[in-house]
Design a protein around this ligand. Structure first.
Ligand code: NOJ
Ligand code: MG
Length: 610
């Protein structure tokens, strides 16, 4: 079941409409081709692995993961074969939204450790040959941030740091009426009354997460600043983005940022009401037409300035979180003349891969084409399979599809993003109402929290089958550990002959082949239950990846309905089936007329040279 706040009904309707349009133009393009064949950037070289720090590993026994916990497992990430480690926010925060409500952008929250721990993390990540990406949350701060406190009492420049508006009026009880119908992504009005200031402030997420006002030059400078502007000189204060970059890089460390949720950082000047798709469901923000609250023109100007700043540093990546229609998402790449983000996250994959009983090969093919065919020339794709806001792949689609889908995203052109635990096929955890922590779940109350809470995908990483799943030596954990940890854990999978972990490691190695780095992609055969693609590159072997979406074993004739001629046979490179009894081990030649696939299985075949 869809739980995330990002995908409401309106979004789904738009999404389907877009796919229909795209299918028409797919055939006019001849797959994907890397435009710039030079040495790839680090973030193009392999997977980005998302660490949700509260849940990765706890080094100080307080039941919550921390930076030294991450340091303890860097060798694991290195062996996994990922290239980049992106860590969700670690800055000082009252933790109302578990770190996405920052009260000080220049200090590490005590729960995660100290600045010294952070430096150790950076050094050790680097020593392990990995890169580190930080999560930077520019849309809003915590209401505990000193800027907000000063803004509330109209102190100097801080007066306009947030989006303030007068009440529309007062009702018969003298209660202030919000300026318009804008809603928070977490439900309810997006406006909160401040008694101190006698005005409303705008919050697209929690009441405790007031939106910054990017129409204020001071805010823009504060968050970015080229370092030479008048305002900065006058105020002589630190500028977050630049300080983060220069502090870390001056120590020869490598820093990068993820910016989110970017499409929302600027809202319309005029505070018009938003249109409503279905007025009957007044409590669903997804049904509002967010035309004044997302993708405002000035947003792209802010991003442009940030990209210019970031480009002064080597080894960096700007990934932005944007949930919108595909045409709007693509605008965050920029174009031939203006570079914006290195990439906006591709959440379409995550959205499409949601319900096994309705999922078809056409859906997967269309979702991939949706990105590749809309992406501006020369830009770099990416594929998000899961994250801390959406259910686990094993629970959304079935345990038997975990490997096949990891294989697909790891072998598509572009950067795959893996959320911690997906490489071992972790499942959503049942969380009782009493244990529920996610504010989004809490808001919906005992009867509906399960449809909305993001706790199930945020439970502690399962390192082994021992005490507290190896996550902590303390006597509690911030969210319960999934009771399946004795069967699903890293240690067990490391020692097994076949496992999700072994499969993932194997595919990250295969990904290093030239064909996967630069090759084209084409889609030979797909139908209700089959999905396949070929990666090919002049002078290198071609590979065919096939996935059986069905929940039963099948024998597939790849020639049937194929869009172009296929060879008669292929050599099995890797298959996700863990059956020891399998008659066709890796290395066997198999006929493409009768390819045996188990339920949910993914197979990669090397095709003979033409
Ligand atoms: C995006 C984050 O991914 C999500 O977890 C958070 O709740 C929202 N931003 C609001 O801060
Ligand atoms: Mg801890």
């Amino acid at each position: 079941m869809r739980r995330s706040y990002m995908f409401g009904g309106a979004f789904v309707v738009l999404f389907i409409a877009i796919i229909v349009i795209i299918v028409v133009c797919v055939s006019s393009k001849n797959g994907w081709k890397k435009q710039n064949p030079d040495e790839p950037e680090f973030w193009e070289k392999g997977a980005v692995y998302q660490v949700y720090p509260r849940s990765f590993s706890d080094s100080d026994k307080d039941g919550t993961g921390d930076l030294m916990g991450v340091v303890d497992h860097l060798d694991y990430l290195k062996e996994l074969g990922v290239v980049t480690v992106w860590i969700s926010p670690i800055f000082e925060s009252p933790m109302k939204d578990f770190g996405y409500d920052i009260s000080n952008y220049t200090t590490i929250d005590r729960i995660f450790g100290t600045m010294n721990d952070f430096e150790v993390l950076v050094t050790e990540t680097h020593r392990n040959g990995l890169k580190l990406v930080l999560d930077f949350v520019p849309n809003h701060t915590s209401n505990q941030h000193e800027w907000f406190i000063k803004s509330e009492s109209k102190e100097g420049n801080y007066t306009d740091y947030y989006v303030w508006a007068e009440a529309k009026g007062f009702d018969e009880n003298n209660t202030a009426i919000p300026p318009n119908n804008w809603m928070s992504e977490f439900g309810g009005s997006a406006w909160e009354w401040s008694d101190t200031r006698g005005e409303f402030y705008y919050h697209q997420f929690l009441v405790e997460q007031p939106d910054l006002n990017y129409r204020s030059e001071h805010v823009k400078e504060e968050m970015k600043v080229s370092g030479r502007s008048k305002i900065r000189k006058k105020k002589n204060q630190s500028c977050i983005l630049e300080d983060m970059l220069s502090n870390i890089q001056s120590q020869k460390y490598i820093s990068r940022q993820r910016l989110l949720p970017f499409c929302k950082i600027i809202v319309s000047f005029a505070l018009q009401d938003l249109g409503i798709d279905e007025p009957t469901d007044s409590d669903n923000p997804a049904l509002l037409q967010h035309i004044f609250t997302t993708n405002q023109p000035e947003t792209f100007q802010v991003l442009r300035e940030w990209r210019e700043l970031v480009d002064k540093y080597h080894e960096k990546v700007l990934m932005v979180e944007v949930y919108s229609e595909v045409e709007d998402v693509m605008r965050y790449y920029g174009n031939d003349s203006v570079s914006l983000a290195h990439f906006p996250f591709n959440f379409f994959m995550l959205e499409a891969l949601n319900n096994r009983s309705t999922l078809t090969g056409y859906d997967i093919k269309d979702t991939i084409s949706l990105w590749l065919d809309n992406m501006p020339e020369g830009k770099w794709p990416n594929w998000v399979l899961g994250n801390h806001d959406n259910g686990r792949v094993a629970s959304r689609l079935g345990k038997d599809m975990v490997d096949a889908l990891n294989m697909v995203v790891l072998l598509l052109p572009g950067t795959p993003l893996t959320y911690n635990g997906e490489e071992i096929g972790m499942e959503d955890t049942f969380i009782s109402w009493e244990d529920t922590k996610d504010p989004e779940g809490c808001r919906w109350g005992r009867d509906h929290y399960q449809e909305h809470s993001r706790d199930p995908e945020r439970t502690p990483m399962q390192w082994n089958g021992g005490y507290m799943a190896g996550f902590t030596n303390g006597d509690n954990t911030w969210l319960p550990i999934n009771p399946d940890y004795e069967e699903i854990n890293v240690a067990l999978q490391k020692n097994a002959t076949h496992s999700h972990l072994k499969f993932y490691q194997h595919v990250t190695k295969i990904r290093q082949e030239e064909t996967f780095k630069k090759g084209e992609i084409t889609f030979p055969t797909y139908d209700d239950s089959t999905f396949s693609f070929i990666r090919s590159l002049e002078g290198y072997p071609s590979y065919l990846a096939v996935v059986n979406i069905a929940t039963v074993n099948r024998t597939v004739n790849m020639h049937l309905g194929a869009n172009f001629p296929l060879p008669n046979e292929g050599e099995i490179v890797i298959c996700s089936s863990t059956s020891e009894a399998k008659e066709t081990p890796n290395g066997s030649m198999v006929s493409l007329d009768s390819l045996a696939l188990m339920a949910g299985e993914g197979i990669l075949l090397k095709l003979p040279e033409k």
